[in-house]
Design a protein around this ligand. Structure first.
Ligand code: COA
Length: 384
């Protein structure tokens, strides 16, 4: 096979974007020029959604309008509810979301409208209803009836209400909101790129989001936050970390929640979320889990020089908040829908078909054999 230093599109500049910048040299992530770390200090997730979709932070009247729209669009159509209730209970929650977005696209009369205005409206509709779908899926898996959204609650408070029937402490609500802000956007990551590829063929926003969900599901991308929690369960005890790593690292096994394609000296988002994790640890008696977290992180730094990425921090955070492990990646979708939509709008506004080329590494050109020459190889046939 021909060596290709760019295999996996490593270091390939596929296009320009104005949505965000991941700058590993300065360890910073910018959303439309603002540091995500600064936005996570005092802004709301809806501020960030407006920033990503429209390009600027909202004026108070614009934020109020977005908030009003999202509150009004939280309900699930009964036909979609019935469809989701018919899915097997053991299918992955990301399959539920993928199916839901596909249905929503099929029923959206503006589905084929590629204008930025229609794109933003479709994004807001998805942003509003996805939390309801995720909360109801979590409850269904626990044998609980869904809880209807409340339009007198904010975005995060309502999500906790729909999932658990109550709104937790303000610090837990804020920690979740900060996770949404930090997960909202991350430039040309695999799922965003998948969404842009779909958009580049002049397909519609829902199809692009379906592709994004499919890409995010994988354990090397968004699925890592679920895998991180499963890893803690598998290791079982912090005292067994070294032995567990010794059985894996020499074989080249990946440890979930560590490393990053772009950040090579640590993920710029982790310190912010880690501060919130520490607060939630205090509130939810999570010192043991945090201790485990630190032991594995220390061992990975020592053994591989690798630092945690955002999935490593969000896994324990979501666990302590009470979410089932299989629901962690859908929580990522709740946030990333804003980034995907911003990229879909950008791609559609100045489109070029994304179509790379490959180095052919197969057989050289040869004659097509006759039927008689095609002996079944499984029967040990040879060709004369
Ligand atoms: N565990 C163990 N080793 C890892 C690793 C991990 N999580 N991530 C990278 N490495 C090692 C590789 O084995 C390789 O080692 P080598 O040079 O000795 O062969 C080296 O670091 C470079 O890895 P590479 O696979 O080229 O990095 P990448 O940029 O292609 O991969 C990820 C980035 C994210 C795919 C990779 O770090 C990974 O699989 N992480 C775990 C999954 C995860 O947390 N994903 C969420 C990302 S936000």
């Amino acid at each position: 096979m021909t060596e290709n230093p760019n295999r996996g599109l490593v270091d390939v500049v596929a296009d320009a974007t104005t949505v965000s910048d991941v700058d590993p040299a300065h360890n910073v992530l910018l959303y439309r020029g603002y540091s995500a770390r600064d936005l996570a200090r005092g802004h709301s997730f809806l501020d960030v959604v407006h920033l990503l979709l429209v390009g600027e932070l909202p004026a108070p009247v614009e934020l109020a309008e977005l908030d009003r729209a999202v509150r009004a669009l939280r309900g699930i159509d009964p036909a979609l509810e019935a469809l989701l209730a018919s899915l097997p209970l053991d299918c992955h929650p990301m399959d539920v979301l993928r199916t839901a977005v596909s249905w929503l696209g099929a029923c959206d009369p503006t589905s084929a409208d590629p204008s930025p205005e229609a794109g933003a409206e479709k994004a807001v509709r998805l942003l509003a209803v996805l939390p309801t779908i995720i909360a109801s899926d979590q409850r269904r898996r626990r044998g609980q009836a869904p809880i209807a959204p409340r339009d007198d609650l904010g975005f995060v408070e309502n999500f906790f209400h729909m999932t658990f029937g109550e709104v937790p402490e303000a610090d837990v609500v804020r920690a979740f909101e900060v996770s949404l802000i930090l997960f909202a956007e991350h430039s040309f990551n695999a799922s965003t790129f998948a969404a842009r590829v779909v958009t580049s063929t002049r397909s519609d926003l829902h199809s692009a989001v379906v592709a994004g969900i499919g890409a995010l599901k994988g354990a090397l991308h968004g699925g890592a936050n679920q895998a991180v929690m499963e890893q803690f369960v598998e290791i079982g005890d912090p005292d067994d970390v070294d032995e567990w790593l010794a059985a894996r690292l020499p074989q080249g096994h990946k440890v979930m929640g560590f490393g990053h394609r772009v950040y090579k000296r640590g993920d710029s988002r982790v310190p912010t979320l880690h501060a919130h994790l520490r607060r939630v640890v205090e509130l939810r008696d999570g010192r043991e889990l945090l201790g485990f977290y630190e032991v594995l992180a220390g061992a990975m730094l020592r053994e591989k020089g690798l630092r945690p990425n955002l999935d490593y921090t969000s896994g324990p955070l979501y666990h302590l908040m009470g979410f089932d492990t299989c629901m962690f990646t859908p929580l990522f979708v709740m946030a990333r829908i804003s980034g995907w939509a911003a990229h879909v709008i950008e791609q559609a506004s100045d489109n070029v078909l994304i179509r790379p080329v490959a180095v052919y590494a197969g057989k050289a050109m040869r004659d097509v054999p006759t039927v008689d020459d095609r002996l079944p190889r499984t029967l040990g046939g040879t060709r004369s």
